[in-house]
Structure formats: structure tokens, C-alpha cells
Design a protein around this ligand. Structure first.
Ligand code: IMP
Ligand code: MG
Length: 176
């Protein structure tokens, strides 16, 4: 089993409970409004799949990719949009879904929030499963947050190390 060397930080049950609480809040905050949920690939795909299945109002779902160069555990300052959005954002409320906010560079430097506002979105908010506040380099306001974590590198539940471990059903750290 490849998970023998993984120490659990958040179990499947803990994640599921928190995700359903976030979805409940989102469902009541956006009741009667046009909500477009935008996942940032690749890390958000599992969180987004679980979150949206707990959201009880009709929503649209799309994805973008905001990539930083390289595959190290160090966040890069060089970020770019890789995929354009196919869904029209005009007059819609947008909820951007991220796996984890670390330095904040991905969201800040790619200017996604301003991009959608300029494209005619009514509002843009951020939902992140994890937050590493102590690592922040640029301010990011997280509107819906799963958990705060210290400065540790985590994998699983969509998050990778060198492309691996995204399929772990829980969140953990790799013990060498
Ligand atoms: P930021 O641009 O530094 O905020 O980094 C955000 C992105 O870096 C996240 O969406 C993740 O893809 C990746 N990342 C940051 N910290 C971790 C971690 O602990 N494990 C896995 N990926 C991470
Ligand atoms: Mg990511």
C-alpha cells in the first residue's frame, strides 16, 4: 500500500463533515442567485466534487487552471492562466474553489478575481479547503474556509507531491 508512509492530518470523516458544513452555508448564502462554481485544476477536483454534491441549490460548474512553473514543494511567483473559461460569467456570482492557499501567488498574480469582475460577474468569492496563513506573501480574503493548517506540506484529497498522492481519500503528510 502506498499509503503506509502517510501520516493522517484530516481523516475522510473529518473532511466530509467540514465539507458539508461549508456546502450548507454556501447553499443558504446563494439561495435565489445564479451561482457559478469554478474549480482551479488540478488540486481542487476532489474537494469540488464533494462540495458541489452537498450544495442544495442549482449551480453551474466549470474549471480553470492557474499554473505555476515547476513541480517542487516551493510555490512559484510565476503563475499564468492555462485554460480559458467556457461558461459565460455575465451577471453571475462566482465562487472560486481552491484546494489550498499557501503564499497566495496563484490567485493574486493570475488576477483571476479582477478578471471575472471585468468580464461582468456580479461577485467573486473564494472557497478553500485549507489555509496556510503563516506562509502568505500576498493578502487573500478566503470567504469559505475548511481548515487552517501550519506550515506543513500535505497530500491527498486532490493535492499532490510531484504528481502523486492526489487519489488518497484523506489528507496527510509524507513521512520519509
Ligand atoms: P500558492 O500560490 O502559494 O497560494 O499555492 C497554491 C497552490 O500550491 C495550491 O493550489 C496547491 O496546488 C499548491 N500547494 C501549496 N501548498 C501545498 C501543499 O501543502 N500540498 C500540495 N500542494 C500545495
Ligand atoms: Mg492548486
Amino acid at each position: 500500500m502506498f499509503s503506509n508512509n502517510i501520516e493522517v492530518v484530516f481523516s475522510e470523516k473529518e473532511i466530509a463533515e467540514r465539507v458539508s458544513q461549508l456546502a450548507y452555508k454556501i447553499s443558504s448564502d446563494y439561495v435565489n442567485s445564479k451561482l457559478l462554481v469554478i474549480g482551479i485544476l488540478n488540486g481542487s477536483f476532489i474537494f469540488l466534487a464533494d462540495l458541489t454534491r452537498c450544495i442544495s441549490i442549482p449551480i453551474e460548474i466549470d474549471f480553470i487552471s492557474v499554473a505555476s512553473y515547476g513541480s517542487s514543494t516551493i510555490s512559484s511567483e510565476n503563475v499564468e492562466f492555462k485554460l480559458g473559461l467556457k461558461t459565460d460569467v455575465l451577471e453571475k456570482h462566482i465562487l472560486i474553489v481552491e484546494d489550498i492557499i499557501d503564499t497566495g501567488y496563484s490567485l493574486h498574480k493570475s488576477d483571476v478575481i479582477n478578471h471575472f469582475i471585468k468580464s461582468g460577474a456580479k461577485s467573486v468569492k473564494i472557497c478553500a479547503l485549507l489555509n496556510k496563513e503563516s506562509r502568505r506573501k500576498v493578502p487573500i480574503a478566503i470567504d469559505y474556509l475548511g481548515f487552517d493548517i501550519p506550515d506543513i506540506f500535505v497530500v491527498g484529497y486532490g493535492m499532490d507531491y510531484a504528481g502523486l498522492y492526489r487519489n488518497l481519500p484523506y489528507i496527510g503528510i509524507i513521512n520519509e
